[in-house]
Design a binder for this molecule. Structure first.
Ligand code: GLA
Length: 387
């Protein structure tokens, strides 16, 4: 891959002198969905698929971007003087946003760069291709200009750029999982204070299978912000009766005791998901650590039911995939992953059942939805690296 990337860089930008090759992963969340903006826990891991980048510092302030995923867009040019969001700047708003964020945080970028990217994360699948580009850009900037920032800072700067430059009000999970990824480990992160622990993923005889619904998110971002708003209102109502800082602070018993403070029944369901999902995530981490894979799978399934019925972010595509998966022998657990409204599911499937799983779920999906789903057997990898 390194060689191919350099060759392409040479073709697009003239030669490969002083160009360096980098990689940042994508991520999948095993459990703990829509908890990261509710002071709850998440349990994601980095993947071995992600974004490759070749970068070289320039002597002027010009920025030139090229993506092998969007070759028809050609070289997109900008400059360090012009770090503002522009719709027509397309995907380059992600790297530009991170450069802007570094400047905002007081790190001066004195020279421009030529940057060529290639991502092998299925496009629009909800495996965080944008967070992968953000962390990759931060990692390149740190390497190029010797900024003293930690990997955790790279995650925070990436999230800041996504929130403030690209206008998506996401939580910290995606950027954190990518910047802090560790081979064969999931990251148990408490988003209330960013304390975290690595938990070994020992799936003995089973694999993580991601199924892409191939439904693009479309309206997803506005629904995402709507859910955040609902949780914030529910929290404010609860704060009238109990001193908490986030829904993640509540136990199930406390929630049941105080839930009547939430005046609207829909909002009550949203808050219920956030509280129960957080508790499921804590339990799931313990189950995985104790090698109780069957329990882990049951918690994944329960997470999907809650996202379907209480949080209402699944939709017919993800429900069809998951409900078909549950019926296949050898499926330990299956649920939607990421924001929802399209995107992917994550399933833990016994090795000998993977073929049947793909066949049964694939046929079922095609028949109900009308187009194909795609399957990826994935591996859990490290955070960003220089290749
Ligand atoms: C998206 C956001 C994350 C998180 C998930 C839902 O992936 O970027 O911060 O909120 O949705 O769990």
């Amino acid at each position: 891959m390194k060689h191919k990337m350099l060759e392409k860089f040479g073709e697009v930008f003239g030669n490969t002198e002083e160009a360096k090759v980098y990689f940042a992963p994508g991520r999948v969340n095993l459990i703990g969905e829509h908890t990261d903006y509710n002071a709850g826990h998440v349990f994601p891991c980095a993947l071995t698929i992600g974004t490759y980048g070749v970068a070289r510092k320039r002597n002027d302030g010009i920025l030139r971007f090229y993506s092998l995923n969007f070759e028809h867009l050609g070289v997109i040019e900008s400059s360090l003087e012009d770090l503002v969001f522009q719709k027509e700047a397309d995907w380059t708003n992600y790297p530009k946003g991170v450069m802007w964020a570094f400047q905002e945080k007081g790190y001066t970028i004195k020279q421009g760069m030529d940057l060529l990217l290639f991502g092998n994360i299925p496009n629009g699948s909800g495996l965080s291709s944008s967070a992968s580009v953000e962390v990759l850009t931060g990692f390149i900037l740190r390497d190029m200009f010797q900024f003293s920032v930690s990997n955790q800072d790279l995650a925070l700067i990436g999230q800041f750029s996504e929130n403030k430059f690209n206008g998506v009000n996401c939580g910290i999970m995606d950027q954190f999982a990518i910047a802090m990824g560790k081979e064969d480990h999931a990251i148990f992160l408490d988003t209330a204070d960013l304390s975290y622990e690595y938990a070994p993923i020992k799936l003995e005889g089973a694999k993580i299978v991601i199924t892409s619904s191939n439904k693009k998110r479309g309206l997803g971002d506005s629904k995402y912000n709507e859910r955040r708003q609902e949780c914030e209102t529910a929290l404010a109502e609860l704060q009238e009766v109990i001193g908490i800082e986030g829904l993640g602070n509540l136990t199930i018993e406390q929630f049941e005791e105080y839930k009547s403070a939430i005046k609207d029944p829909v909002r009550q369901k949203r808050a219920k998901h956030a509280v129960y999902e957080n508790q499921r995530t804590i339990q799931a981490k313990e189950a995985l650590t104790a090698n109780q894979l069957a329990l882990f799978g049951q918690l994944m399934n329960a997470s999907h039911v809650s996202l379907r019925d209480d949080y209402e972010v699944t939709g017919i595509e993800l429900d069809t995939l998951v409900e078909a998966a549950w019926k296949v022998d050898g499926v330990i657990g299956s649920r939607m992953t990421g924001a929802g409204f399209g995107g992917c599911t994550v399933s833990i499937v016994k090795d000998e059942a993977i073929d049947t799983f793909q066949k049964v779920v694939g046929e079922n999906y095609k028949e109900t939805i009308g187009y194909e789903a795609d399957f990826y057997v994935v591996e859990v990898g490290n955070g960003p690296v220089v290749l």
